[in-house]
Design a protein around this ligand. Structure first.
Ligand code: ZN
Ligand code: ZN
Length: 170
């Protein structure tokens, strides 16, 4: 399925895990941003990830085996968690987004896309369940503002969302 020569589809155990880990490490070092990010993280004693993938979990703040990824996090959840396990803020979202940590839809400019790690024991499986439920519930179509527009403008709501025209009153 994959065109990547060194990608191992089932990289969760044994040799597969080692090959997968190596693949991500190499990919990271190919870009300037990746290199800088890697140096920045490894230079910090709290955020450092050793080759076994151990670090502080952004979900429960315990030190455990972790996986890093991108998440959406609202400003309130970020305040609660502090910066100890936060690697970097990638993007300040200008539109509505659901927070991956509290599961609530937030207003424009209330969520950030962040790079953080979750423990493989508790928080990562929990996040996977959350994303599955989100997709099954209709994903982005559950955006409360979109729902409101759909109710109010029927099939024309998409034109309103994408043309930049804002009818009075919203
Ligand atoms: Zn955790
Ligand atoms: Zn939140």
């Amino acid at each position: 399925m994959s065109h990547r020569p060194d990608y191992v589809p089932d990289g969760t155990t044994g040799e597969g895990a080692i090959a997968k880990e190596g693949y991500f490490e190499r990919e990271k070092k190919k870009t300037d941003v990746g290199k800088k990010l890697h140096q920045l993280i490894q230079a910090d004693e709290q955020k450092k990830i050793n080759k076994h993938g151990e670090g502080v979990c952004y979900g429960c703040m315990r030190k455990d085996y972790i996986i890093s990824s991108l998440f959406y996090c609202c400003s309130r959840c970020m305040e609660k968690r502090g910066t100890e396990a936060l690697y970097t803020i990638v993007y300040h979202k200008p539109s509505e987004e659901i927070c991956d940590f509290c599961g609530k839809w937030q207003k424009p400019f209330d969520t950030y896309q962040i790079n953080a790690s979750l423990c493989t024991q508790h928080c990562w499986p929990k996040m996977e369940r959350f994303h599955r439920e989100y997709r099954e519930a209709g994903g982005k179509s559950q955006n409360p503002l979109e729902k409101k527009h759909r109710r109010k403008y029927g099939k024309d709501y998409k034109i309103l969302r994408t043309s930049g025209a804002r009818p009075a009153g919203i």
